[in-house]
Ligand binder design. Structure first.
Ligand SMILES: C[S@@+](CC[C@H](N)C(=O)[O-])C[C@H]1O[C@@H](n2cnc3c(N)ncnc32)[C@H](O)[C@@H]1O
Length: 260
């Protein structure tokens, strides 16, 4: 089944399964992206940011960014079903279906683009090149692009909330990889994903023209727990679904159009 039909079919289940974002999800990239996008010299600068949520799903994270920082967030997704849910969640936002080829916005339109857990759904190198080139085009020359994906080190590993691929199996870029998500309340969800290595991403990002490639590997330290506490004080409901000392199995790539 192609990724579009897959996501159209499971959209409602997936969103219900996730519920309010559990701790494991925040730490799996979202918090790092939030911290990066909210850096700035002044609150005015931060507030005027215009962000594209590529592969926005139901738009929950974009909505949180919009309400926390007043960012202007637009979302696109290949799944019509996800776009329907995003519009329902955030009637004030702009959401539209991505045709897989051309992002409908003009060049240099966004101060930042994020793509949270979208690239593991891209099934060919050609599609990967097309979407990255389009993201490059719509990003402002001084803009930042951040995306989250699996960390190579944890392929084959199982945590209380996730299993990425099979233990002991070697995956090459482009290989199909099954990802199982576990939650305390619901049945497991299995996602049909594709493996792309860290080296692969570095090479294709450079081929597209991105510069200053930084790869962050989130950890649950004092700073992170402080940020989570802040979010909870803002009444954002974050469930403690991880076991103490569990690894965070994510890499967050942060890249730019110009060297920084
Ligand atoms: C794991 S979900 C993540 C959704 C959202 N970014 C989030 O973090 O909550 C993956 C999303 O990527 C979308 N997607 C898959 N392939 C895509 C593509 N080629 N272009 C844009 N979106 C895509 C799916 O429809 C789905 O909404």
């Amino acid at each position: 089944m192609n990724p579009k039909s897959f996501w159209n079919d499971i959209a409602e289940n997936y969103i219900e399964f996730r519920g309010d974002m559990p701790l494991s999800w925040w730490l799996n990239g979202y918090l790092t992206v939030m911290q990066k996008f909210s850096e700035g010299t002044s609150m005015e600068e931060v507030k005027s940011r215009n962000i594209l949520d590529f592969g926005c799903g139901d738009g929950l994270f974009g909505l949180l960014l919009a309400s926390r920082y007043n960012f202007d967030v637009s979302g696109i997704d290949i799944s019509e079903e996800m776009i329907r849910l995003a519009k329902k969640n955030n009637p004030a936002g702009y959401y539209s279906v991505f045709d897989g080829q051309r992002i409908e916005f003009r060049s240099n339109s966004f101060n930042a683009v994020m793509a949270n857990w979208v690239f593991p759904n891209i099934d060919t190198e050609q599609k990967m090149f097309t979407v990255l080139s389009e993201i490059y085009r719509v990003l402002d020359d001084n803009g930042t692009f951040a995306f989250s994906t699996f960390q190579d080190k944890y392929i084959g590993a199982e945590t209380s909330y996730k299993r990425i691929g099979e233990e002991g199996k070697t995956y090459s870029s482009g290989d199909h990889i099954k990802v199982k998500l576990f939650s305390q309340e619901s049945d497991t969800i299995t996602l049909n994903c594709y493996y792309w290595s860290e080296d692969y991403f570095v090479k294709i990002l450079e081929d597209v023209g991105f510069q200053s490639i930084e790869i962050r590997k989130p950890v649950y330290d004092d700073i992170t727990s402080g940020k989570i506490r802040e979010l909870r004080q803002e009444k954002i409901n974050i469930k403690d679904d991880m076991l103490p000392d569990e690894p965070i199995t994510t890499s967050v790539f942060i890249v730019h159009k110009k060297p920084i």
